[in-house]
Design a protein around this ligand. Structure first.
Ligand code: PEP
Length: 253
């Protein structure tokens, strides 16, 4: 069975003290994870080392970065490299979140480079894709998401793409309280899997976890995650409340 993943995206929230408390409250629950279940916390850069030291001994829990730059190193003031993440033992990194695409103009081409760099340095990318409301209203969301995947992932080998985690996050559902229905999520996830199968074959497509993101809450996680092609969630707002995220972890298949 492919990995079932509950990933918290803290975005640019929480002070150091609040972050420490939130992580403690969640870990105190000692939720026993199955062999194919994984919990990730994508925390702001300054908290990576602390957060990693807190989860290191806990089975199935790991820390992710929220972004990394598309160059190996050099004169890029303010950026953080994949090599730096690797050097502190980070194994996961969100790439191409819609907020990065919108506010920092990240393109599919730049993301292709970031994905390659992460894989080169042994970091599994959580590659985000998803359409804006206007695209869904026009009925062209399948083609749009397919293009994001083609332009950022299709250069990868079979072995490489098996290290990628995809997060489908319809922009109209992120932070809006408007969740995609379980059927809408399943339909898009099945489409994404068919795009992967078309390029790398069914066996590889079946090995890639595809998470849903967009107003996942304690109350809707179980229904969303129950769909056959939904392998967990990437969670923003609800991941900032310990008891809510605990319920989301418990909703994993
Ligand atoms: C996200 O940050 O990726 C996200 C899906 O946010 P929210 O759960 O708040 O919609």
């Amino acid at each position: 069975m492919r990995k079932q993943i509950a990933a918290a995206n803290w975005k640019m929230n929480l002070t150091y003290q609040q972050a420490e408390r939130l992580l403690d409250e969640i870990l105190q629950e000692k939720i026993a994870l199955g062999p194919d279940q994984q919990v990730l916390f994508a925390v702001p850069f300054p908290y990576l080392v602390l957060a990693k030291s807190e989860v290191d001994e806990v089975h199935g829990y790991a820390i992710a970065a929220q972004n990394a730059y598309s160059k190996v190193n050099g004169a890029y003031t303010g950026e953080v490299s994949v090599e730096m993440l690797q050097s502190i033992g980070i194994k996961y990194c969100i790439l191409g979140h819609s907020e990065r695409r919108e506010y920092f103009n990240e393109s599919n081409e730049q993301l292709a480079r970031k994905v390659e760099l992460c894989l080169e340095y042994g970091i599994q990318p959580l590659f985000c894709c998803g359409e804006a409301l206007a695209i869904r209203e026009a009925g062209t969301e399948n083609a749009y998401v397919q293009r994001q995947i083609e332009e950022s992932l299709f250069q990868l080998s079979d072995e490489q793409v098996r290290q990628v985690i995809i997060a489908y996050e319809p922009i109209w559902a992120i932070g809006t309280g408007k969740t995609a229905s379980a059927q809408q999520a399943q339909e898009m996830h099945a489409h994404i899997r068919s795009v992967l199968a078309g390029k790398w074959g069914k066996e590889t497509a079946d090995a890639v976890p595809i998470l849903y993101g967009g107003s996942v809450k304690a109350g809707n996680a179980a229904e969303l995650f129950a769909s056959p092609d939904v392998d967990g969630g990437l969670v923003g707002g609800a991941a900032l409340v310990a008891q809510d995220f605990v319920q989301i972890i418990k909703a994993l298949k």
